[in-house]
Design a binder for this molecule. Sequence first.
Ligand code: HAM
Length: 428
Amino acid sequence: MINVPRGTEDILPEQTKKWQYVERKLQELGKAYNYQEIRTPIFERTELFQRGVGDTTDIVQKEMYTFNDRGGRSLTLRPEGTASVVRSYVENKMHGSPQQPTKLFYFGPMFRYERPQKGRMRQFVQFGIEALGSADPAIDAEVMAFALDCYKTLGLKSLKLVINSLGDMESRTNHRNALIEHFTPHKEELCKDCQNRLEKNPLRVLDCKVDRNHPAMKTAPSIMDYLNDDSRNYFDQVKMYLEQMGIDFDVDPNLVRGLDYYNHTAFEIMSDAEGFGAITTLSGGGRYNGLVEELGGPETPGIGFALSIERLLLALEAEDISLPFDESIDCYVVAMGDEAKKEAVKLLYNLRKQGLKTDMDYMDKKMKAQFKAADRLKARYVIVMGENELNEGKVALKNMETGEQSDQSLDQVVSYLKEAVQGGTGND
Ligand code: HAM
């Protein structure tokens, strides 16, 4: 037997119902916040992520699925969506559109060669948004409100918004120098990765899982002490707008994101639901004012976030929330005998043309077993077609909720059922 590759999964019909429900809700939020959907390729030129996500990140150094195509080009299965969206923004000159900021959302599989565990997959599906062209702190607050709403709209409650400011270039450089100075005397005590990071990207040392209990971590210089006036002012405004919306948040000066493009606002949404497991981060995002330029576009500010549907579904499980989707079908057609079956096939086709959810037996089952199948499918109505009734141009219609049974003329049963199922509900 050949199994699915490690870190991937099949999403079976029972699960896809949940996925579709969640996807629809997120699409609706996209509309409410006025973001438009963008779809970009699943693979990109490797260079895009090296430059976009950053050469020193774990993603680029250890986690990318990179291959050469038959033309010798180095391509990479996208590990995240932001770099691709920004590439497309630049390539399609979206900055030239009169409607700014450009507000986009996306859905799709992402690929990272990570150590798989619950909530950490090698293929996972992200929903993300990017707002490009505005450096207004109100849009930072909008993006965080959107991120929270993705969970709230599904009924999740155990949520925590954690925010930080990474500051502008000047603040970051000063903080970076302070970090190097602070950690250099301890260099030999740090893990191999951190010894490398210290030179190239000392901020990432703060995010190290191996060295997190090293005493030097606790006394490390905080970005809060290195924010210049502009950065501090920007961060204060972001917090003010969150407060305006009544959104609670914690400030964590040690919140460091795993991608290099961030500056100013960085945030994560965590679940504090019991039983959620070791990975508590549901989603993350932040501002990336230099990225458009880095990828060859004009100087343009940007901010966004992404979540994975896998972790969102785990959070729903942890909070014991079942999604309210309708699993029933409208009608099951029970046919008795060959002549009845011919009529049943025709009737089924006509019912479906009217948008009714219907099915019939294809396993040569006896009548009792056909009724059982109707029950299993939670059919609201059953039409019974026996040869005697058909000779009279009739069928028997049973309402499975009330048990009521009536004879209907074969010619009228489609319109009768359409009215019974959809009538007055506007549910076309
Ligand atoms: P990220 O923090 O790398 O950010 O990923 C965002 C979210 O994707 C995570 O919070 C998590 O829900 C999900 N995720 C990441 N890796 C996995 C995995 N291996 N298995 C399951 N879920 C995973 C980004 O990707 C940025 N592009 C977000 C962003 C958009 N920043 C600005 N705009």
